[in-house]
Write a protein that binds this ligand. Sequence first.
Ligand SMILES: Nc1ncnc2c1ncn2[C@@H]1O[C@H](COP(=O)(O)OP(=O)(O)OP(=O)(O)O)[C@@H](O)[C@H]1O
Length: 322
Amino acid sequence: MPAAAPLALEATALAKRYAGTTALGDVDLRVTTGSVHGLLGPNGAGKTTLLRLIFGLAHPDAGTMTLFGRPVTAGRTDPQLGGFVEAPQFYPHLSGRRNLEMLSAYDHRSDPAHLETLLEQVGLAQRAGDRVAGYSLGMRQRLGIAAALLRRPRLLVLDEPSNGLDPAGIRDLRTLTGELAADGLTILLSSHRMDEVEAVCDAVTILHRGAVAYAGTVDALRAQAPAPEYRLHTADDAAAVATARAHKAVTVEWYLTGGLLVRAQQSDLDGYVVNLGRDGIAVQALHRSTSALEQMFFRLTKADGQTRGAVDAQARQEAAVG
Ligand SMILES: Nc1ncnc2c1ncn2[C@@H]1O[C@H](COP(=O)(O)OP(=O)(O)OP(=O)(O)O)[C@@H](O)[C@H]1O
């Protein structure tokens, strides 16, 4: 049997309470060296609290934690760890390069060649002389990653890195995350978006109300997931509902706002769409509204309204047909 991959981070039975609130209760987190591990949960699940404990910014009430086998000590950030909790902070009136130089000097780690390599790596070499005040949110995030990498960490923590970014910013950040992982860096990425975790992570720990709702590979989670959801518009939705009756693996519901909600695995959906054509029902629009993994996430986190709201589920008519 091959030896188990060594753990970059191992947290066992972590607990943290704030007056009247259990932010974390009995949480385990195992991040394998060389993996991109997602820490996923809806707002208030406990992600930030867990990251703060990992960075030594708060004391756990109970539990233990090791980073590459070394105990994590509150009040001290392990140099093997890089990253930021919530948004990275910079001097806005200084350039991106100057900010990094100051951080290096503060750390007594001045290495101009390394700094330039990092600017290149995060795609900021051309804008490194510009004031940070003029940077987009995506550029600030990438500068934050460069800052985190100055210490040559072995584990990089990214806290909700794509929050507020436009699609191009999200794409650039995902590309960068993939490149860093390919270079062998272990990454722990906190997010409340399953699509982000699905795009970049190989394993995931899902938190819900301070407890672990799932821990394992993304593939294993996908294997347990229910059928994805699609939004369908046809020239005759009532007839499309009737056609669905012949497809046992396809469920169709009405949206109050118009169109149909279809739940099906891809191969079953294909057969249904072919039969819509056979029955002379034109498909005007068909797009996926929720992936299988998002479905799983909603199920594990009890589909609280805050998260679920993004999926237009409010508009769904409850009575299933078909
Ligand atoms: N300093 C604090 N004082 C009191 N309660 C806190 C404190 N920090 C966190 N909490 C509470 O602990 C719980 C977990 O919060 P946490 O910020 O860790 O969640 P999160 O998953 O990071 O959420 P978000 O995605 O909204 O940042 C919440 O109920 C929160 O209100």
